[in-house]
Write a protein of this length. Structure first.
Lengths: 232, 462
């Protein structure tokens, strides 16, 4: 995997490079937005990096603005934002600014790796590859999902929703990002339609060893039944 | 106030504004006076000259067109006698000189026409003279011109004597100017002294300045300065107390970290050292959270809150965003997090960032203190307009319900984590919005904290 790390703190950059080199990832580190622009300019193909880790408080500008510019150029490369800004409003801004994920310093490096893995899964699925969660397998190319080897009877929209849930699992897929992502794929659904797809999908997954939990008003989580918390 | 330069400018402005008009008035009066004096003497002496010319003219006789003058010597002597000035005369008919000096000019500059003749100025014999001219016309004869010239010594003396009247005026001018300068200096001087006194004081102490000996016009300045000093004193006191508490609060987790590190260093094997290190990483998270909350409290300082702007914002969307930020935390404890809100937006006039912070603190507290598998419910209501976070946690003892909103006070049941700042932040943010925070038991025996806004929310489209 090719990673672009934009971080001006030498200690953090060094630690992350050591860590990622050890697992065999190719990391290009930049300590300023200008350096990042230079690296990206050389990269004529555009999406040459599989993932970008971006610090917000950089010496030559605000990473949020850089991210907005990056997204304007239609780059689909997933971006994880790292920052020392911890106000709730900053976190919301980070999530709504085009970042795919958001971690606040100090962070647990294992957590960062887990998030990178999750984003990798997501970008694989958008390229039509496959996802696995528990006994469920989701094949983008085929447009079909399986429990073990038995095919699941899914409507196309239920299939899309399942993919989104599996990509986020075991974290929450917010209702808003579910609706927004479907809209990006030209599937217009309202609030109640989204609930309908999720509840139909939940019924079809009863034998799968996984279940969809609703965080009412907030969103949905796909979780393994054995780990699921007892419902009240 | 502090800069003496300003006071100097004030002096200069005052002086310029008072002295310049005085100078203009005096100069105009003097010019007008000089002009009038000169004109007056000219007229008086011109009439004498004309009188002389007429008396000479009265002696001219015509005989068949030929003019003749019978001027006895004694009369000529009387005519020409003068103590100071030289007097000349001539009587001529055409080119023919009948009597007197030859070559007296018949015209010149500065001519004045009188009923009985005209006067003008010119040079004669290299001396400036004033000449009166009278023309005699007899039918059938060439006109006879009588010229009487006089040097101007008397006139100049008379003018000068008249100008003496202006000397007192000049003296008056300098006296008035002096008085003005002294008055301005005298008025501004106390200002400078007060400025110096105030400036010296505020360098050494922030105590209020006394308004004794302060001129009435300066009392508002003294009051404003005292007001500012009072606010600075208050701010500094708060800042000092805040810094002291913050330092203490930050030192505590550092001490824990140090103890842990010492324990890890002495651990018999790597496995037990690793266990200690894992514990310690939680302590860093806790410290980071404390720092964030201290910062949040800092931004709530009333002295700097003027920069914040209220906006109409949808509280439901806000609650969804804040909930999404805390969803991972809730999921990791298998806590059932839910939002109860109307399907339409609920509009409120708020500072969205701060309400997000307050709501984030409430959800964070609820998730933190609610046992695994418990329940945290966020509610947004439009009428009455409120936001509420309820949990199934241990609840807060009735006796502690007031004090938990104080800074650095933690509930008795709150173990380990928590800075004791979260609810103080919520209280401050609510106060900033004119909202009321209340705490009661939740449906599930835990805590329910409500932020009730004063105004009514709008539902539906903005």
């Amino acid at each position: 995997m090719r990673l672009l790390l934009i971080e001006d703190d030498a200690v953090i950059a060094h630690e992350l490079m050591l860590r990622w080199h050890a697992v065999g990832w190719a990391v290009q580190a930049c300590s300023s937005l200008a350096a990042a622009d230079a690296v990206c300019a050389q990269d004529a193909t555009g999406d040459g990096f599989d993932l970008i880790v971006l610090d917000l408080g950089l010496p030559d500008g605000d990473g949020v603005h850089w991210l907005a510019r990056w997204r304007l150029r239609n780059r689909l490369t997933p971006v994880i934002v790292l920052t020392a800004r911890d106000r709730v409003a900053d976190r919301i801004l980070g999530l709504n600014s085009g970042a795919d994920d958001y971690l606040v310093k100090p962070f647990d490096p294992d957590e960062l790796d887990a998030r990178i893995d999750a984003l990798q899964r997501r970008s694989l699925s958008s390229r039509g590859e496959f996802l696995q969660f528990g006994r469920i397998r989701w094949l983008g190319d085929e447009g079909r999902a399986y429990i073990d080897n038995a095919a699941l009877e899914l409507m196309p929209r239920e299939f899309e929703v399942l993919g989104l849930l599996m990509v986020r699992a075991p974290r929450m897929l917010s209702k808003r990002s579910l609706i927004d992502t479907l809209a990006q794929r030209n599937i217009e659904v309202g609030d109640s339609a989204a609930e309908v797809y999720v509840s139909r999908l939940r019924r079809k997954l009863t034998e799968s060893g996984a279940t969809i939990r609703t965080l009412r008003g907030f969103g949905y989580v796909l979780e393994l039944t054995s780990n699921a918390a007892p419902h009240r | 106030m502090k800069s003496p330069l300003r006071t100097q400018w004030l002096t200069r402005d005052l002086l310029v504004r008072l002295l310049f008009p005085l100078l203009v008035i005096v100069a105009a009066t003097a010019a007008l006076g000089t002009y009038t004096a000169k004109r007056l003497t000219d007229r008086v002496f011109d009439r004498w000259l004309l009188d002389a010319a007429h008396s000479v003219a009265s002696l001219v006789k015509f005989d068949q067109g030929q003019a003749a003058l019978d001027l006895p010597l004694i009369a000529q002597t009387i005519l020409l006698y003068d103590d100071n000035d030289l007097t000349f005369f001539s009587v001529s008919q055409g080119e023919r000189l009948l009597a007197g000096r030859k070559g007296l000019p018949a015209s010149g500059t500065g001519a004045l026409t009188y009923r009985r003749g005209l006067t003008f100025e010119t040079l004669f014999d290299g001396k400036p003279v004033r000449i009166a001219r009278v023309d005699l016309n007899e039918t059938g004869a060439h006109s006879v011109t009588v010229l009487v010239a006089e040097t101007q010594l008397k006139r100049q003396r008379s003018t000068q004597e008249l100008l003496v009247v202006f000397w007192p005026m000049a003296v008056l001018f300098f006296a008035a100017a002096g008085a003005i300068v002294l008055a301005v200096r005298g008025t501004v001087r106390p200002l400078e002294l007060i400025a110096v006194r105030w400036s010296e004081r505020s360098h050494t102490s922030l105590q209020a300045i006394s308004d004794q000996d302060v001129p009435r016009e300066l009392l508002p300045f003294a009051a404003a300065l005292n007001d500012l000093l009072a606010r600075i004193r208050e701010m500094l006191a708060r800042e000092r107390q805040f810094a002291a508490t913050a330092a203490h609060q930050l030192r505590t987790p550092l001490a824990g970290l140090q103890l842990g590190l010492a324990r890890a260093a002495k651990a018999p094997d790597i496995a037990s050292a690793r266990a200690v290190i894992l514990e310690l990483s939680q302590s860093t998270q806790r410290t980071a959270r404390l720092v964030q909350q201290l910062l949040a409290l800092g931004t709530l300082d009333p002295e700097i809150r003027s920069g914040l702007d209220f906006r109409r914002h949808d509280l439901v969307a806000l609650a969804q965003d804040v909930g999404a930020v805390h969803a991972d935390q809730a999921l990791s404890k298998a806590i059932h997090l839910e939002l109860i809100a109307p399907p339409q937006p609920v509009w409120a006039f708020v500072i969205p960032d701060l309400i997000a912070e307050a709501l984030g603190n409430l959800i964070d507290n609820a998730v933190r203190y609610t046992p695994k598998g418990g329940r945290v419910v966020v509610e947004v209501l439009s009428n009455p307009l409120l936001v509420r976070v309820s949990d199934s946690g241990p609840g807060i003892d009735k006796l502690e319900r007031q004090s938990v909103f104080e800074r650095f006070v933690r509930g008795r049941l709150a173990q380990g984590e928590g800075s004791g700042l979260g609810l103080a932040i919520v209280r401050d943010i609510a106060a900033l919005h004119g909202a009321v925070v209340s705490l009661c038991d939740s449906e599930w025996g835990g805590t329910a904290i409500t932020i009730a806004f004063a105004d009514r929310g709008g539902v539906g489209e903005p």
